[in-house]
Ligand binder design. Sequence first.
Ligand SMILES: [Zn+2]
Length: 202
Amino acid sequence: MLELLHAARVLDRAGFLPASDGNLSARGDDGRVFITRSDVEKRALTEDGFVALSLDCKSSPGASSEWPMHRALYRARPDVNSVLHVHSPFLTAFACAHRIPSVNLLAESCASVGPIVLVDYRAPGSEELAQALLTASMTAGVYLLANHGAVAVGAKVREALHRLERAEFLAHVEWLATALGGGVPLNAASIRELQRGRGDRC
Ligand SMILES: [Zn+2]
């Protein structure tokens, strides 16, 4: 819970959670998932801003409307213990352009963001959107939701948070590099070296 509150503060200060947008969750020790309540402002989030739900629970009136997306990821991916969904400007811009930032532009993203995939547009909060994520990838670190926003997953809240921050930074840098004529990706040997030593060392 404390890690989720920290993530909410970081993401809010970064401007990734306008109004009451976005939703954050983590799998607890008892298997239930703590997820932010519906329509809660993350800038003032406290422990009361979460509900704990069983993965058998298909819907809950108090929980975020994106519970189906979180639930589907936890049910399908045992490697995922945290799901963070935001409307950060640069990743959302890429999602609106139906483009994926190149993780091979930056050493940090290459080593630790994991695959970034684009998910076909489906209505926010729908079961169809939840299924579209799983169809897009069962191994992605970051999902771009077409014409909507971004989702990062991780084995821990910290991993999902760092993936999200680094993916947003990558998208921002790629946009700037494009204005300079285009970024030059790392070569294959450098990518292999980074992936062998995958982690936070960059
Ligand atoms: Zn959203």
